[in-house]
Design a protein around this ligand. Structure first.
Ligand SMILES: CC(C)(COP(=O)(O)OP(=O)(O)OC[C@H]1O[C@@H](n2cnc3c(N)ncnc32)[C@H](O)[C@@H]1OP(=O)(O)O)[C@@H](O)C(=O)NCCC(=O)NCCS
Length: 219
């Protein structure tokens, strides 16, 4: 079977390229066509040796035969908005992009979710769509992650944790077993969540405490 053409939306974070190249090293899977980006200043440039071909509108036209990966992760809300927009435009689908040495046996992973090297996904885990799991994220057995969750490097979700849609998990934070993180909340780097985190708040520290209530995210 030939390599499927794939476009990266967002010429921002370079890790997606090394991830796709690792997948191709393992088994030739994607032909990386280049980037689309609505920042006109990027047009005509290259990023990680691949061309920035134009705006996202190309997915309805010249690039509509291409698979698409959402590479925008400035915040969970922005990632969610961009995904909604991309889906509305076109392209040939949004596959999950999973490092070849990450096993997702007996787990489920939604479309458009990106899982980087070193992650461990336990049996019975369910990861939603359009999530981003950076390097070395552990999602232990039967943990559930909603859509558009951003998990920074080294996050640990212990067993049967529930993380709701749009939550941001800072680097190295730990969520204890059976605890939950509410929708669109932020957990600071290095935090240890001993209790449930309500929705729309920022917490940090060990033990993590609420420091700020956020405005609800408009979807
Ligand atoms: C929790 C967080 C979101 C708060 O950001 P913020 O609202 O801009 O907070 P500030 O940087 O203004 O810091 C406010 C106070 O909280 C403290 N603080 C901030 N983050 C903290 C953390 N993770 N743990 C402990 N204390 C923290 C600061 O020292 C500061 O204390 P002070 O008022 O006594 O000086 C942020 O600090 C954080 O941890 N982000 C995650 C970053 C990350 O992991 N990125 C991954 C990139 S791949």
């Amino acid at each position: 079977m030939g390599q499927k053409p794939l476009v990266i939306a967002g010429a921002t974070a370079p890790e997606i390229v090394t991830l796709l190249e690792a997948i191709n090293d393992d088994a030739p899977t994607y032909e990386i066509v280049g980037f689309v980006d609505d920042d006109e200043a990027r047009l005509g440039q290259t990023f990680c040796d691949y061309p920035v071909l134009g705006g996202t509108g190309l997915l309805a036209d010249k690039l509509r035969h291409c698979l698409v990966v959402n590479n925008v992760a400035k915040t969970a809300a922005i990632r969610a908005r961009v995904f909604k927009k991309l889906r509305g435009i076109g392209g040939a689908g949004f596959p999950s992009i999973i490092h070849p040495r990450v096993s997702v046996r007996r787990a489920t992973v939604g479309d458009a979710t990106v899982i980087h090297e070193g992650c461990v996904i336990g049996p019975g885990a369910a990861i939603g769509e359009n999530c981003l799991l950076s390097f070395h994220v552990i999602v232990a057995h039967e943990s559930i992650m909603g859509d558009a969750v951003l998990a920074s490097p080294g996050v640990i979700l212990n067993g049967r944790v529930r993380v709701e849609e749009g939550a941001f998990l800072g680097a190295g934070c730990i969520i204890l077993p059976y605890r939950s993180v509410g929708a669109w909340s932020m957990v600071g780097a290095g935090s240890v969540c001993l209790e449930d985190v309500p929705p729309h708040v920022t917490v940090f520290g060990a033990p993590a405490r609420v420091i700020q209530k956020k405005e609800p995210v408009a979807k």
